[in-house]
Design a protein around this ligand. Sequence first.
Ligand SMILES: O=C(O)CCC(=O)CC(=O)O
Length: 267
Amino acid sequence: MKFLHVGDAAIHYRTAGIAQGKPVIAFINSLGTDFRIWDAVMEALGDDYGYVLHDKRGHGLSGTGTPPYSIDRHADDLIALLDHLKIEKAIVWGLSVGGLIAQAVHDKRPGIVEALILSNTAHKIGTPDMWNTRIDTILANGLSGMIDPIMERWFTPPFRTADNALYAGCRTMLARQPVDGYCGTCAAIRDADYTEAARRIAVPTLCVVGDQDGSTPPELVRSLAGLIAGSVFVEIPGCGHIPCIEQPAAYSAAVRAFLTSLPEHRA
Ligand SMILES: O=C(O)CCC(=O)CC(=O)O
């Protein structure tokens, strides 16, 4: 188990294969998840890459610090971790709010970003009213009443069956996130608009989305891709908001195909 103090939070992280000269992927999680969601993707991509995983502050085993957060705060946590690990370049792969954070990392430290995988995300997600209602409801009543509607956005109906233990595990993962951490990141999403930052992206970028994503639907992700010169857009069939859980093989294959198409690909 590894932790790094960044500001007022101890950030929980894990690395694999980063000392071996391979391209390094730095994953950034979605709202309400911890870094175990990447297990099947790492298995699919195997030893071709090194990996850096972390739990955003307020999620998983990371400290809560002082919510509410900003996307900049989350980006500074990852930049501090990459600096600590002496990683000079990474493929930054962000899922949902993780994609907003990835755009912020590129805007703050473009030199550290080799390529971007912007998954099930956008330049702006939801409206302030929507996020304020969600924050107020969860602070008043906890997360439990929100689990069913969130699962309907995260996963397609064939995945949401009573006999699917992975689905049950995902429900438990969400239910166990700290309420103040979850709401702290909701506030960060509420306040984020990366429309101009997305236009400044100057590294190879894949925008990828599940075809049945109920949180950041394909047309939203396609509009993000439209802001980024030269970006590639891919839809994963039979998939909701969390492709690394629901369709890890097709998702990993799409990312591998994108990365291996890059002239500078090293794996
Ligand atoms: O998943 C995220 O990081 C934010 C987008 C969202 O609203 C997820 C959900 O549907 O709860």
